[in-house]
Design a protein around this ligand. Structure first.
Ligand code: PBG
Length: 326
């Protein structure tokens, strides 16, 4: 008997495959995370993130210009302050490094690509936690919220089109939305890191921003448990109810089921963060000649889109935008 089903018919030529492709990946589906360091004269390469830098404000602006020319959809800025303190004041200082960088980038780029600011305290606190820490070492959720609100307002004032709270405090989206509206920033978009898991994949990022958590601590008290799937929906629904315009799942590859669930259940735009460890694994294997790094990056980013993300935050943004343009 010959087969009656012949799905291979549609795979015969590149043109046929292109015509029936269910998922697309374009430069404007990508958002580049970028690091900007205070008090530096030169950009410094980040060893664990091949091809990524701690930028000066000047080299950051140049990088954003290049990404815009490549058609990349957006950038998200992370600050590396020269000093840290208990209360993370560098995050909400009007002259903090991210605010300075936002003003420089917006002056140059305007609204040509979407300029986002990660909103958290961990890069700015001496203890490395995402919120204020009590004397017993635990993170004080409610005392942290006013500081997030202040940070959001300063970021918006400095030119962030999107603020992206990543600290996983309960009520953070509501506190930020209210503060932005009170200060007249009603058009500033809130992108919520809604389902952010306590992951082993953030290691290279913590090198990149010089963060180590005090006393060998971790973030399991506020970031999600990787064993939980339903809980992500609860987190995301709460964020949408509090005013989140866009919702994120993070990391990406190990949580595609979560992304797929959220796609089915929510009608807001969704994104995923292909995080530092995911990037570093591909880069390391490719550097050893064990995999084709570009092919694997394309496959992974496409998988994130297929699972339901409208866009992807990825350190591959520039590199893959170049490949997609060819
Ligand atoms: C917290 C934050 C982290 C990342 C983005 N925002 C680190 C953490 O939660 O420890 C990680 C991103 C990455 O690994 O690429 N401000």
């Amino acid at each position: 008997m010959f087969p009656t089903e012949r799905p291979r018919r549609l795979r015969r030529t590149a043109a046929l495959r292109q015509l029936v492709a269910e998922t697309s990946l374009a430069p404007d589906d990508l958002v580049a995370p970028l690091f900007v360091a205070e008090g530096r004269d030169e950009p410094v390469p980040i060893p664990s993130l091949a091809g990524q830098f701690q930028h000066t404000v000047e080299s950051l602006v140049a990088e954003v210009r290049t990404l815009r020319e490549l058609g990349v959809g957006g950038v998200i800025l992370f600050g590396v302050p020269s000093t840290k303190d208990e209360v993370g004041s560098g995050a909400y200082d009007p002259d903090g490094i991210v605010q300075v960088a936002l003003r420089a980038v917006r002056d140059e780029i305007g609204d040509d690509l979407v300029v986002m600011a990660d909103l958290c305290l961990d890069e700015y606190t001496s203890h490395g936690h995402c919120g204020l820490v009590r004397t017993d070492g635990t993170v004080d959720n409610d005392a942290t919220l006013p500081l997030y609100a202040r940070t959001a307002v300063e970021q918006a004032r400095a030119g962030a089109a999107v603020v992206a709270p990543s600290g996983m405090m309960d009520g953070q989206v509501g506190a930020i939305r209210r503060a932005l509206d009170d200060e007249g920033f009603t058009e500033t978009v809130v992108l919520a890191y809604a389902a952010k898991y306590a992951s082993g994949l953030y290691g290279p990022f913590r090198d990149a921003v010089d963060v180590s958590i005090a006393d060998g601590g971790d973030r399991r008290g506020y970031q999600q448990d990787s064993r939980n799937r339903r809980e992500a929906l609860r987190e995301a629904r709460a964020d949408v109810a509090e005013g989140a315009d866009i919702v994120m799942v993070k990391p990406a590859m190990t949580y595609l089921d979560v992304l797929s669930d959220l796609r089915r259940e929510l009608d807001v735009p969704l994104c995923a963060y292909h995080v530092s460890g995911e990037y570093a694994m591909v880069k390391a294997a490719a550097a050893n000649g064990w995999i084709d790094g570009t092919a694997v990056a394309l496959e992974q980013l496409t998988a994130v889109r297929r699972a339901g993300a409208d866009f992807v935050l990825t350190y591959f943004a520039g590199e893959i935008a170049r490949v997609l343009q060819r």
